[in-house]
Ligand binder design. Structure first.
Ligand SMILES: N[C@@H](CCC(=O)N[C@@H](CS)C(=O)NCC(=O)O)C(=O)O
Length: 202
């Protein structure tokens, strides 16, 4: 039995997308940051940091976006979210380490720093369709969620991050992403600037 604790629009959105991608049977439990539900004793007992995401696997807590994505990709190999090749698998892990350690914290250091980091991520992604090996993987899910949040709240011109905007638009076509956005927006976004990004008419 899988249970995901999520806060709408927060980093838990990446494992939420992956759960839909792999077709897992799971329960999704929303937490409200505004009401401090992530800092209540019952939640702190399963995640002492009081953060999302937490995935309960038969009652055992697993935290960290990258760890949960890796677990889902390995537990549901038929979903093809992780390459078999050792080097390509390592490149997926390298992307997720970079995303968790460098891209995710960038916003806390101010909008200019964040823009510089997203420009670096955009260049690293390059003109490829996907982050690693020309195929969809958990690295794309991780990167998409963060860019979705940045793009929707900072609203930079699309030309500033052409490669990440292509990934963003491609991801929005996926039923798993659409389903996750529908479920999370129905639960009610609380973080500033959350929700579907406004787009200039084409
Ligand atoms: N390193 C963690 C970061 C998780 C994280 O920063 N979660 C935020 C939401 S995006 C959170 O729960 N914030 C609430 C808090 O820290 O009180 C991961 O990758 O899962």
């Amino acid at each position: 039995m899988l249970t995901l604790y999520f806060a709408p629009g927060a980093s838990s959105m990446a494992p939420h997308i992956a759960l839909h991608e792999v077709g897992a049977d799971f329960e999704a439990i929303p937490l409200s940051f505004a009401r401090g539900e992530n800092k209540q004793p019952d939640y702190l007992a399963i995640n002492p940091l009081g953060q999302v995401p937490t995935l309960l696997i038969d009652g055992r807590p697993l935290t960290e976006v990258a760890g949960i994505l890796f677990y889902l990709a390995r537990a549901y190999p038929e979903a093809n979210l992780l390459p078999d090749d050792a080097e390509e698998q390592a490149r997926v892990v390298a992307w997720m380490s970079y995303i968790a350690a460098t891209v995710h914290p960038a916003r806390r250091q101010g909008p200019e720093h964040a823009r510089a980091v997203y420009a670096q991520a955009d260049a690293r992604f390059g003109r490829n369709d996907w982050a690693v090996g020309g195929r969809y993987s958990i690295a794309d899910i991780h990167l998409f969620w963060l860019f979705w949040r940045f793009y929707g709240s900072v609203k930079p011109p699309a030309e500033e991050f052409p490669n990440l905007v292509r990934l963003h638009d491609r991801m929005l076509q996926r039923p798993a992403v659409q389903k996750t956005i529908a479920v999370e927006s129905a639960a009610g976004y609380e973080l500033p600037g959350q929700g579907m990004p406004e787009r200039k008419p084409a």
